[in-house]
Write a protein that binds this ligand. Structure first.
Ligand code: AP5
Length: 217
């Protein structure tokens, strides 16, 4: 099993780049944010527990996150290649991931830090629209749908995420600084961190990462 993760502030483009990499590489995209939004939509026990944290822009408790990630990997047979997006986000999650991977006889192979200036993050988040049906991600200016409000891929309605309002975004950026940024030093010290300029197009970012992945084989 090979494992990589995409690290970066809210709005850095992790989900957008992960979707493009998943289409062109064997890495399966695992987004804890998407898994939690699905759980909220389904009204499952995890969704009921996570909802208030997400609405505030706070992190969902580590044990919930580690449990849903392990369940997902086990369900899929713990084989092949995985690409985590938005996970881990705390030191406890990073340690939990190491232990989990070790229990599958695997380890973390690489971490890609998407580097984007703060003002770009904010304008990306402010214009984001997501398909309610299939989860495809758009931007009203950078990546608009062909018909306003209608997903190009499945025809479903697009919407603005409830946590993409100004106050919650400010808290999410703050939470990233306080709880997630320290992971950069952790992975740099291990020699597995790759910093990627992600201010350009999603394709340019995807290609930079794909180049590193191709060199591993
Ligand atoms: P999550 O869904 O993971 O949100 P996030 O980390 O805040 O990241 P975003 O989804 O906002 O941004 P992104 O980097 O994926 O950017 P995107 O590709 O969409 O988490 C949401 C919440 O769930 C958290 O606040 C927390 O409560 C909870 N949670 C999730 N994981 C957790 C965990 N591990 N532990 C605890 N709690 C957890 O792009 C953004 C916009 O920019 C889009 O409109 C896109 O079209 C546009 N765009 C992207 N790339 C480009 C580009 N290159 N050029 C132009 N526009 C671009």
């Amino acid at each position: 099993m090979k494992t990589i993760l995409l690290l970066g502030a809210p709005g850095a483009g992790k989900g957008t780049v992960a979707a493009r990499l998943a289409a062109t590489t064997p890495y399966r995209h695992v987004s804890t944010g998407d898994m939690l939004r699905e759980a909220v939509k389904a009204g499952s026990p995890v969704g009921l527990e996570a909802r208030a944290f997400m609405e505030r822009g706070d992190l969902v408790p580590d044990e919930v996150i580690l449990r849903i990630v392990r369940e997902r990997i086990e369900r899929e047979g713990a084989s092949g290649a995985y690409m985590f997006d938005g996970f881990p986000r705390t030191r406890a999650q990073a340690d939990g991931l190491d232990a989990m991977l070790a229990s599958f006889g695997a380890k973390l192979n690489g971490v890609f830090l998407l580097v984007v200036p703060r003002e770009v993050l904010i304008s990306r988040i402010a214009g984001r629209r997501v398909c309610r049906q299939c989860g495809a991600v758009y931007h009203v200016v950078n990546m608009p749908t062909r018909v306003e409000g209608v997903c190009d891929r499945c025809g479903g309605p697009t919407y603005q995420r409830p946590d993409d309002n100004e106050a919650t975004v400010a808290n999410r950026l703050d939470v990233y600084e306080r709880q997630t940024r320290e992971l950069i030093d952790l992975y740099r010290a291990r020699g597995i961190l790759h910093e990627v300029d992600a201010a350009g197009s999603p394709e340019a970012t995807r290609d930079r990462i794909a180049q590193v992945l191709a060199a591993w084989v």
